[in-house]
Write a protein that binds this ligand. Structure first.
Ligand code: URA
Length: 244
């Protein structure tokens, strides 16, 4: 559900303020009825008309982006930094990221204008597996990784058990590469989990999101999801069977 003036603005009818004006002037109908209330909530299934002309529903689009480091996972930035939306200059639809990756984190990010799917994919109750590869300072032994597998208490609560695998270790430079799979999306979760066990993350990349991987893409590149992939994400989310 979305506020009527926001929907009009998103559909490209007019700016948010001008859209409010149109509503107050009685020029907007929802399901055949004139609506003058600014807070009115509408959903994609409602029919909206402006000056008697039906609003075209924006086609839903879905992209898989290999987000590079040094870009923010937002559509705008008040500090003027480059955003993930800037990587889609030729796409007319308003794409936004599904969840977020830190400025310094690279990896797989879904971009879409489908708010409903975005909601299910980011809601913790749908338990979507996300796999990260972290380079950490120091070389943890199995026992030191165990707290991540059990769940670890962070300031905003205990994390769910993670799957953790030591991929390689470099004793000379005292660093290790570790794969970790979680299904939550707390802010800076992976970095905070490794901080909590005393092995700070130096570099972080998300390699998988559910069954999707970065296969075939370089940093900064994207591809459209196939309709089958989108269907699969929807079905899995609906049946709670998202996983890798
Ligand atoms: N965990 C983090 O610490 N950073 C991310 O960007 C994603 C997960």
């Amino acid at each position: 559900m979305e506020r009527l003036q926001k929907m009009l603005a998103h559909a490209g009818v007019a700016s948010r303020r001008k859209s409010e004006q149109l509503i107050l002037e009685g020029k907007v109908k929802v399901n055949g009825q004139v609506v003058k209330e600014l807070g009115t909530k509408v959903s994609a299934s409602d029919t909206v008309e402006v000056d008697g002309v039906k609003l075209e529903k924006e086609q839903k689009v879905y992209y898989l982006l290999y987000k590079p480091r040094g870009i923010i996972s937002a559509v705008t930035d008040d500090k003027g930094r480059k955003t993930v939306a800037d990587l889609f200059p030729h796409i007319p639809e308003r794409l936004f990221p599904v969840g977020r990756l830190d400025y310094e984190t690279s990896g797989l990010l879904i971009m879409t204008n489908d708010g409903d799917l975005s909601y299910t994919l980011t809601h913790p109750k749908f338990k979507i597996d996300k796999t990260y590869v972290a380079r950490v300072k120091g070389i943890p032994v199995k026992e030191q990784l165990r707290p991540l597998e059990r769940g670890i208490v962070l300031e905003d609560g205990k994390t769910a058990p993670a799957r953790v695998k030591l991929l390689s270790a470099d004793p000379k430079q005292s660093k290790a590469i570790i794969e970790i799979t979680i299904h939550e999306g707390k802010n800076r979760q992976v970095r905070r989990m490794f901080d909590a066990i005393g092995f700070p993350v130096q570099k972080l990349k998300r390699e998988r999101f559910a069954f999707l991987t970065l296969h075939g893409l370089n940093a900064g590149e994207s591809r459209e999801l196939t309709s089958h992939e989108v269907k699969l994400l929807r079905v899995m989310a609906e049946t709670g069977k998202i996983g890798s």
